[in-house]
Design a protein around this ligand. Structure first.
Ligand SMILES: [Zn+2]
Ligand SMILES: [Zn+2]
Length: 295
């Protein structure tokens, strides 16, 4: 778990990023702010990550992508990564990295003056594939499947849940951001590991609905417990926390638009666990940055 937070700057929790490593091959799910640094913290050279899957195009899931691309070009990456994301991913990549019109074109133009950077300029041209529900990727080690989830209105931008199955029969499912979603439960059936968003504890959800704060759809802890039961997964990891557990004054100040500061603190994580436990008695982990799970 490279990043376990949602859309608020917090040095203790980076934005969404999950690295799945199968027989030494790395698959990155989401590339939120801090993902590249967190790969290094996890002793993984970012230039060795050849596959990136973007669950949706919210900034807390993609903001580190240009840094990841340029820094791995600088680190002598030879083969560009495969990048799989929703419709709009090609535009996103081009708007950043196009040598004619991209936001980073001056940086790229400057660096490419060096023969060494000219020699691997192809590393900046990722193999972008825009996904539809179904099997979205396969190689000799894994198969990755996707389903629509309920988060951003689909006509604005589709959001996906993702499932990775390995050749030796192991499986990991990542919800992306979503409200409770039957398609995701179907995708997750019997998985070894379900990594599911749980953005706010119930007390914050209650505050937000009373205060009329609009939000994109997310999953409550009580619903998450039900989802894990219905998915018949072997193990559950809750993640994408809305920084409600932070004791940092500035994080609390920023979060005070979402919930009262008096409510915030690490004890809310206990409330969340208790609410998930109303329905789910199986293995449960509350994700933290650099949490590693081997199976
Ligand atoms: Zn998010
Ligand atoms: Zn989102």
């Amino acid at each position: 778990m490279l990043g376990t937070s949602a859309a608020i700057p917090n040095p203790d929790r980076h934005d969404s990023g999950i690295l799945i490593t199968v027989q030494g091959r790395h698959y990155l799910f989401d590339c939120g702010h801090g993902a590249t640094n967190q790969l290094v913290a996890a002793n993984v050279n970012p230039a060795t990550v050849g596959h990136v899957f973007l669950s949706h195009l919210h900034y807390d899931h993609i903001a580190d992508f240009p840094y990841f691309m340029i820094t791995t070009w600088m680190s002598d990456r030879q083969t560009p990564p495969v990048v799989v994301g929703p419709v709009g991913t090609q535009d996103f990549v081009d708007a950043l990295l196009s040598r004619e019109t991209g936001a980073y074109r001056k940086d790229i133009e400057a660096r490419v003056q060096y023969p060494q950077r000219q020699a691997n300029i192809q590393a900046l041209e990722p193999d972008v594939r825009e996904m539809e529900p179904g099997v979205i990727f396969g190689d000799d080690l894994v198969k990755v499947s996707a389903c629509y989830v309920e988060h951003i209105p689909r006509e604005i931008s589709p959001c996906f849940g993702l499932r990775l199955d390995t050749v030796d029969g192991k499986s990991v499912v990542f919800s992306g951001d979503t409200a409770p979603c039957d398609r995701l439960i179907e995708l997750a059936q019997g998985a070894d590991l379900l990594i599911h968003e749980c953005t706010f504890p119930q007390s914050a959800i209650d505050f937000r609905s009373k205060a009329g704060i609009g939000t994109w759809a997310h999953t409550s802890p009580t619903d998450l417990g039900k989802i894990a039961v219905e998915s018949k997964v072997k193990s559950l990891v809750a993640t994408h926390f809305g920084n409600f557990d932070s004791t940092r004054p500035v994080v609390q100040e920023i979060m005070s638009k979402h919930m009262p500061v008096e409510l915030m603190g690490p004890e809310l994580m206990e409330e969340m666990v208790a609410d998930i436990r109303k329905n789910w008695s199986g293995e449960l982990r509350m994700a933290h940055d650099l949490m590693r799970i081997d199976f």
